[in-house]
Ligand binder design. Structure first.
Ligand code: COA
Length: 260
């Protein structure tokens, strides 16, 4: 039986809403879920009736990021036939449809870096942006190694990436990663209101504006560079220690591992 894809799609008033629904695993994203997200972006680009894509998540947090057990499987040489994450990231970089994100609780790893490709980011006041790539002995992806320093400066980007400490919602807004915060109880309704407002604007103009605002070639090139290094890092002794520590629910110990 095919694995259940924990992404729900609903189309209403020109807005395609993609809701992440893997609550028991803190909305961690699997290869199949990346595939479904990539398909949702493609559908929103192609279908004239869809004027905005809204990405949101059920439960108390947006997403715990990439499924760490899938990282671990890849580290052991068991990569899926197609890594849909690459299709998802490319779809984010090249999307012509405006994308709105509604984020409550923690947004970990790709949960944060995908926001750099969204056109309007609404945070619940309990939101926390966390990028623990280095804690997992990996490197940032989704062109965030380029976009994050560009958006918030090298100093803050280095701290976010190297330490992986949570950035609270109000700081994320002050730094320009997100538009504004709302109380958690108002997140869904407000995100919907914004998405419908954007959907009422001339779609051709929005797409043209979006294209002018983003250097798509640069973003895709950066993703390719990151991806090559990411795959190398996945196979490193440091990453294996990080994934084993996650599975064993303990802190990793990198101190005995060489940087080479
Ligand atoms: N991949 C796979 N499973 C994950 C996961 C992930 N990224 N994040 C959480 N889960 C699973 C846990 O293993 C646990 O499964 P179990 O009930 O079978 O043991 C379940 O989801 C609940 O997680 P738990 O850690 O108990 O929840 P929490 O509320 O205490 O903490 C997080 C939530 C998100 C802070 C924490 O789970 C976490 O740090 N996850 C890893 C995040 C990460 O490193 N992502 C990769 C980024 S590149």
């Amino acid at each position: 039986m095919a694995p259940e894809i924990q992404l729900q799609l609903a189309e209403e008033v020109g807005v395609l809403t993609a809701t992440i629904t893997r609550i028991d695993k803190k909305n961690a994203l699997t290869n199949a879920m990346y595939g479904a997200l990539a398909d949702a972006i493609a559908r929103a680009n192609e279908d004239d009736a869809i004027r905005v894509l809204l990405i949101q998540a059920d439960g108390d947090l947006f997403t715990a990021g990439n499924d760490v057990s899938e990282f671990a499987a890849q580290a052991m040489g068991n990569a899926p036939e197609e890594r849909h994450v690459l299709r998802f990231l490319r779809a984010l970089a090249t999307a012509t449809v405006p994308i709105v994100a509604a984020v409550q609780g923690k947004a970990v790893g790709v949960g944060t870096t995908m926001l750099l490709h969204c056109d309007y980011v609404l945070l619940a006041d309990d939101a926390q942006l966390i990028t623990p790539f280095v804690n997992l002995a990996l490197v940032p992806e989704a062109a965030s190694s380029y976009l994050m320093p560009l958006r918030i400066g090298h100093t803050r980007a280095f701290e976010m990436f190297a330490l992986g400490d949570p950035v609270p919602a109000d700081a994320a807004v002050a730094w320009g990663i997100a538009n504004r915060t709302v109380p958690v109880a108002e997140l869904r309704a407000e995100a919907r209101r914004i998405a419908e407002k954007i959907a009422a604007r001339p779609a051709g103009s929005l797409t043209a504006m979006k294209r002018l605002m983003r250097d798509v070639e640069k973003l895709v090139g950066q993703m390719d560079s990151e991806s090559a290094i990411f795959v190398e890092r996945l196979a490193s002794a440091e990453a294996k220690e990080a994934f084993m520590a996650f599975a064993q629910k303990r802190a990793p110990d990198f101190t005995k591992l060489s940087r080479r």
